[in-house]
Design a protein around this ligand. Structure first.
Ligand code: F6R
Length: 605
């Protein structure tokens, strides 16, 4: 959580940092600040508001060196004093920090100085100042080993007008090397307007940036690093005419999933050829897998629950979905025959990262399904399956969810091929069905206005239940999560079978219930559950199959979707759930892209 940016070079560093921070607000947005060097002094501006508020209070200035921060509060209230950058007592060193210094209280005690803020971060500026004798790199390298916990740090000094030092341990940090400048940032978005050539810092690495030159170091020595070229465009990280990133990203799903399928599957000699680039595990390995554990948090966990069903049914491997945090702390029984699949959009979620480390320590292979190229989990896993669905900036995850489900389907079909658990003709049939994902999702999106009207009728609700069976259950959980996080309406998602074991007591005329009620093996049971809700005067919205000509008789509102197969059902049902949450939140004037108290990348436990 928190976003940091630093810039040194031949352009206006203030503009670069402010624009960069705007692109990082998904990481936290309860306060923001910037420091720059002017006339051998550090100038600092901070606000308890957002980056836009910060931009309004800045003087006109053209510094060539600046650092900035957008905060998600952990230690200390989200006010101006606790906002970064933090300064040393003499005002000559400024730092911005993403992460948590676990031993900050002990460090503060050893210094015995007064501190202005309640943060864990301020101590870093004090420590560097204590060591600083004109060589900023030496001072930083002396302090880093003292810090327990995690950090992405950027440091500047009043008497070094073009020097920026940054370091990483446990929090992401990317370095962009342009023709006339160097940038450091928590992700690539602030860097894209300047260059597509980046270096993902590893834990323990330090970068020394001076204008356009960047030197990399580890363990006190210079090192060579690999550069990566980013294929995201600047436009991909902008709203492109949509009022919110969330809506834009919902509408990007047909293209994102089309690209994913196109990249990962080709039809050759009348059979599908799957491209698992990034996962260099031999066929024999997949034949020997005894158990699969899918680990993730939040929305990604709901995708994991769907993936569990897909893999079991397709590749016939016992599979389980687990919250990564619980997996990490529960001490699950693991051995090398267990394949762990970690799902994460950001690739930085701390709970998931801990789960990955636990699995690797136990000798399991770990495959990560990730969106953000070069992220920590992508680099620590044994294999990575990139979804390449473009930057997801809206805090509520949408396109990454459907891309994860499609990715797991592709993986499961390939495993089925290798393990010969499905007839080749059936694999072909399912692949061709998946290739229809673009038009199928477009068809649902074409009903967006209709879904907006339905949303208008439920915007005043105080509570909501989402219910479904089979894969309808994780979808129900996802629908509830989307609604609560963007509209602040209390919502729960249940397996519809579970309703009679307790939640049914909640139902009265004020309780809207959304059912995933597609035709199929569980349809009759779901219809009965709908009747039970109606008998208690609950209001019912159903997501139903396009050819269900009876459901409208027993529900208040119905959203029809078209799909013929299991996985497509999940994909086409996800979209109305996302749209419903979005339009209800928009009707309530909620800050859809930046819901209160949240941050997109959850890098704390
Ligand atoms: C909900 C949401 C979160 C994330 C979760 C995991 O809309 O975005 O629940 O899904 O924090 O994030 P990643 O996928 O980055 O690991």
């Amino acid at each position: 959580m928190c976003g940091i940016v630093g810039f040194t070079g031949n352009r206006n560093a203030m503009t670069a940092v402010i624009q960069g921070l705007s692109g990082l607000e998904y990481r936290g947005y309860d306060s923001a600040g910037i420091a720059w060097v002017a006339d051998a002094r550090l100038a600092v501006k901070k606000t308890a508001g957002r980056v836009d508020d910060l931009a309004k209070i800045l003087p006109v200035a053209h510094p060539s060196l600046a650092i900035g921060h957008t905060r998600w509060a952990t230690h200390g209230a989200p006010d101006e004093t606790n906002a970064h950058p933090h300064l040393s007592p003499d005002g000559k060193i400024a730092i911005v920090h993403n992460g948590i210094v676990d031993n900050y209280l002990a460090l503060k005690q050893t210094l015995g100085e007064a501190f202005l803020s309640d943060t864990d971060s301020e101590v870093v500026a004090h420590l560097i100042a204590r060591e600083y004798r004109g060589d900023l790199l030496a001072a930083v390298e002396k302090v880093l080993p003292l810090l327990d916990g995690t950090y992405a740090l950027a440091v500047i000094a009043a008497d070094q007008p073009d020097l920026l030092i940054a370091a990483r341990k446990g929090s992401p940090l990317v370095v962009g090397i342009a023709d006339d400048a160097t940038l450091v940032a928590s992700d690539v978005v602030p860097i894209l307007p300047y260059t597509k050539e980046v270096v993902y810092l590893d834990d323990g690495q330090v970068v020394v940036c001076r204008g356009k030159s960047a030197r990399f170091r580890a363990a006190g020595r210079e090192i060579e690093v690999a550069t990566t070229t980013i294929d995201w465009s600047v436009e991909a990280a902008q709203k492109g005419g949509y009022p919110h990133f969330m809506l834009k990203e919902i509408f990007e799903q047909p293209a994102a999933l089309r690209n994913l399928v196109h990249h990962r599957v080709k039809i050759e000699n009348n059979a599908p050829a799957f491209n698992l680039e990034g996962i260099e595990l031999p066929t024999d390995y997949f034949r020997g897998v005894g158990r699969i554990v899918l680990i993730a948090q939040g929305t990604a966990y709901h995708a994991a629950m769907i993936g569990r069903n897909l893999i079991e049914r397709t590749a016939l491997i016992p599979s389980y979905a687990e919250y990564a945090a619980d997996f990490h702390y529960r001490d699950p029984l693991l051995d090398p025959s267990v394949l762990v699949i970690a799902l994460t959009q950001s690739g930085e979620t701390m709970d998931t990262l801990q789960g990955v480390r636990k699995a690797r320590d136990a000798g399991c292979k770990v495959v990560a399904v990730v969106n953000t190229v070069g992220s920590t989990i992508a680099r620590e896993a044994d294999g990575v399956f990139y979804m390449h669905c473009g930057p997801e900036i809206g805090v509520a995850s949408t396109k990454a969810f459907t891309a994860m489900v499609a990715s797991l389907y592709i993986l499961s079909l390939r495993m089925a091929q290798m393990r010969r658990t499905l007839d080749p003709a059936e694999i072909m049939r399912r692949t061709l069905d998946l290739a229809q994902v673009g038009p199928r999702l477009e068809a649902v999106l074409s009903t967006a206005n209709y879904i907006r009207q339905i949303a208008g009728r439920y915007a005043e609700a105080k509570n909501f239940l989402f219910l479904g069976r089979g894969t309808g259950w994780p979808l129900a959980m996802e629908g509830a999560l989307k609604l609560k996080e963007v509209s602040y309406i209390h919502a729960e998602g249940y397996d519809a079978a579970e309703m009679k074991h307790g939640p049914i007591a909640l139902i009265d005329e004020n309780m809207p219930c959304l059912f995933i009620a597609l035709l199929g093996r569980r349809y009759g049971k779901v219809r009965s559950n709908i009747q039970e809700v109606r008998a208690r005067r609950g209001r019912v919205i159903a997501i139903a199959s396009h050819n269900d000509d009876q459901i409208h008789e027993v529900v208040d509102d119905v959203i029809y979707v078209r799909a013929e197969s299991g996985v497509m059902n999940s994909l086409v049902c996800a979209v109305p759930l996302q749209l419903l949450a979005y339009y209800i939140a928009a009707a309530k004037n909620c800050d859809v892209d930046k819901p209160r108290g949240l941050a997109k990348s959850v890098t704390v436990e």
